[in-house]
Design a protein around this ligand. Structure first.
Ligand code: PFF
Length: 477
C-alpha cells in the first residue's frame, strides 16, 4: 500500500450485499426519469435498440473495469488513490489518479443537483400522499388522482413548485439529510441496510405498477413504440444521447463504482457481477418505459413530453384514471427509493476520498461533502426563480443558454462522466499490468479476449467520440 494511504478496512458483508448496493447506485432517476424522457423524445424503438447496444458493448466493459480497479487498488477506497495504486504497481505514474479526481468531483457535482431533483420527487410524494389520504377519508380509495383539481391545475403543480424557492430548498435539504444520515452510519450498517430494504421494495412496486399499466393502459401501443425501430430516425445526435445515457444510468465514470469495488471481498467473481448490474439496470429502464408509456398512450398524451414527462404528463394520466390517487402515490414512492440508493453512492465516493485525503472520520467527511453539495443545489433551485436569468456558462456556446442546473448537468454528463469512464477504460485496457487486470476479471479464453478488445479499443473510442461530439456538436453537421 502506498505511503499516506490507510486501509479504512470497510467491506461489504457479502457478494449479494455489494450487488444490491451497486444495483442501487445504478438504478435511479436515470432509469425512471431520464431514460423514458429520452426514449420518448427520440422516437422510441431505434433509441432503445442503440441504447441496449451501448450498454452491452461499452457500458458493461467499463463497469467491470471500474469495479476491478477498485478491488485491485487494495481497499484504497477513494477512487484517485485506487487508480494511482494500480498504476504504480504496474510501473506507471501515480498521476493516472487524476482521472479518479475528475470522477470524484463529478460525483460531488451530480449529487448537488440530483438531490434537488429528488426533492421534486419528494414533493410529489407528499402531494400525492395527501391526495390519497383525502380519497381514503372520503371513502373513495380508488378515486382518480387530484380529483378536486382541473387538468390545468394538475399540470401547473410543477410550475408552482419551481416558483417557490423555500419549498424547493426545503425538499432538497430533507433529501440530502436522509442521504447523509445513511452514509454517515457506514458501509455495512448504513449503505447495505438501506439497499437491502429499498431495492426489493423498489422491484415489487415496479412490477406491480407495470402489471397495472398493462391491465389498464395501452400496452400494445407502448410495446410498438419501444420495440419497433424506425432507423430513419437515427441520427448521430441520438447515438450520442444513447451512449451518454448508458454511462449515466450505469453510473460509469463517477468514481463510485471504483469506491464500491474497493469494498468487494476477494472471492466475489467480478465479471458475472458486472453483467448482473448492467442487465438489471437495463431491465429496470425498459420496465419503467413499459410502466409509463401505456398510461401515457391510454390517456392520449404525447410521449415526447420532455423532462416534464413524469412530473406533468403522468399526473394528468393519473388524474384521468380510476385508482389514480393510489397509483400516483406508489409511483412517486418508487422513484424516491431509486433516487435514494443512487444519491447514497454519489455521496459515498467523495466521502471516501475526503476520509483518506484529510484523515477525517466518516461522519465529518460525509458532512463536509454534503453541505457544499447542498449549497450548490440551492443555487440550482434559485436558478428556477430568483436567479432565472443567470447563465453561468454564458461564454461557452453549447452551454450559453443553460440555467444553473442544466449547466451542471451538461458539464458532468458531457465532460465529467465521459472523462472518468475513459480513464477507467485506458487504465484497464492499456496502463495496468495485464496480469493484475486479467486475474481480477476472472475471465478466460474467448470471453477474456472479447473483453480486452472492448475495453482497449471500442470503449475508449466510443467514449472519446461522446466527448468530442458532446462538446463540439457542430462537428456533426
Ligand atoms: N446511475 C444513476 C441513475 O441512473 O440515476 C445516476 C448516477 C449515479 C450517475 C452516479 C452517475 C453517477 F456517477
Amino acid at each position: 500500500m502506498a505511503a499516506g494511504s490507510q486501509d479504512v478496512g470497510e467491506h461489504w458483508s457479502s457478494g449479494t450485499a455489494f450487488l444490491l448496493a451497486a444495483i442501487g447506485s445504478a438504478v435511479g432517476l436515470g432509469n425512471i426519469w431520464r431514460f423514458p424522457t429520452l426514449a420518448g423524445e427520440n422516437g422510441g424503438g431505434a433509441f432503445v435498440l442503440v441504447y441496449i447496444l451501448c450498454v452491452a458493448l461499452i457500458g458493461l466493459p467499463i463497469v467491470l473495469s471500474e469495479v476491478l480497479i477498485g478491488r485491485a487498488g487494495g481497499h484504497n477506497a477513494d477512487s484517485p488513490g485506487s487508480i494511482a495504486e494500480v498504476a504504480e504497481r504496474s510501473g506507471r505514474s501515480r498521476k493516472w489518479g487524476l482521472f479518479g479526481t475528475v470522477g470524484t468531483l463529478t460525483a460531488f457535482l451530480i449529487l448537488s443537483f440530483y438531490s434537488l431533483v429528488a426533492g421534486w420527487v419528494l414533493y410529489y410524494v407528499w402531494v400525492s400522499g395527501a391526495d390519497f389520504l383525502e380519497a381514503l377519508f372520503s371513502a373513495q380509495p380508488f378515486a382518480p388522482a387530484f380529483d378536486h383539481m382541473t387538468r390545468d391545475e394538475v399540470t401547473g403543480m410543477m410550475g408552482g413548485l419551481f416558483a417557490n424557492p423555500a419549498m424547493l430548498i426545503g425538499q432538497h435539504a430533507l433529501f440530502m439529510i436522509v442521504t447523509l444520515a445513511i452514509v454517515a452510519v457506514g458501509v455495512t450498517g448504513g449503505i447495505e441496510k438501506a439497499a437491502k430494504w429499498l431495492m426489493p421494495s423498489f422491484f415489487v412496486l415496479l412490477v406491480l405498477l407495470t402489471i397495472y399499466a398493462g391491465l389498464t393502459g395501452d400496452m400494445g401501443a407502448a410495446l410498438a413504440f419501444m420495440f419497433t425501430p424506425d432507423f430513419s430516425k437515427l441520427t448521430p445526435a441520438i447515438l450520442n444521447d444513447a451512449l451518454g445515457q448508458a454511462c449515466f444510468s450505469l453510473s460509469v465514470g463517477g468514481a463510485l463504482l471504483i469506491t464500491y469495488g474497493s469494498y468487494v471481498p476477494s472471492e466475489v467473481r467480478l465479471a458475472p457481477t458486472a453483467a448482473v448490474i448492467a442487465s438489471v439496470d437495463t431491465g429496470v429502464a425498459i420496465l419503467a418505459g413499459l410502466m409509463i408509456f401505456p398510461i401515457v398512450f391510454a390517456a392520449g398524451l404525447d410521449p415526447a413530453g420532455g423532462p416534464g414527462l413524469i412530473f406533468q404528463t403522468l399526473p394528468i394520466a393519473f388524474h384521468q384514471m380510476p385508482g389514480g390517487a393510489l397509483v400516483g402515490l406508489l409511483f412517486f414512492t418508487l422513484i424516491f427509493f431509486a433516487a435514494l440508493t443512487s444519491s447514497i453512492a454519489l455521496l459515498e465516493a467523495p466521502t471516501a476520498w475526503v476520509m483518506r485525503r484529510f484523515g477525517l472520520g466518516r461522519k465529518q467527511a460525509a458532512a463536509s461533502v454534503a453541505v457544499p453539495a447542498f449549497l450548490i443545489g440551492v443555487a440550482c433551485a434559485l436558478g428556477y426563480n430568483l436567479w432565472s436569468e443567470v447563465r453561468p456558462l454564458f461564454f461557452w456556446p453549447i452551454f450559453a443558454d443553460s440555467d444553473i442546473l442544466d449547466s451542471l448537468d451538461g458539464i458532468t454528463g458531457k465532460i465529467g462522466l465521459p472523462v472518468g469512464g475513459l480513464g477507467a477504460a485506458l487504465l484497464a485496457g492499456w496502463v495496468a499490468d495485464r496480469a493484475i487486470v486479467d486475474a481480477e476479471t476472472g475471465l478466460s479464453g474467448g470471453m477474456l479476449a472479447l473483453w480486452r478488445f472492448l475495453i482497449a479499443w471500442l470503449a475508449p473510442l466510443a467514449v472519446g467520440l461522446i466527448l468530442l461530439f458532446g462538446l463540439w456538436p457542430s462537428l456533426l453537421g
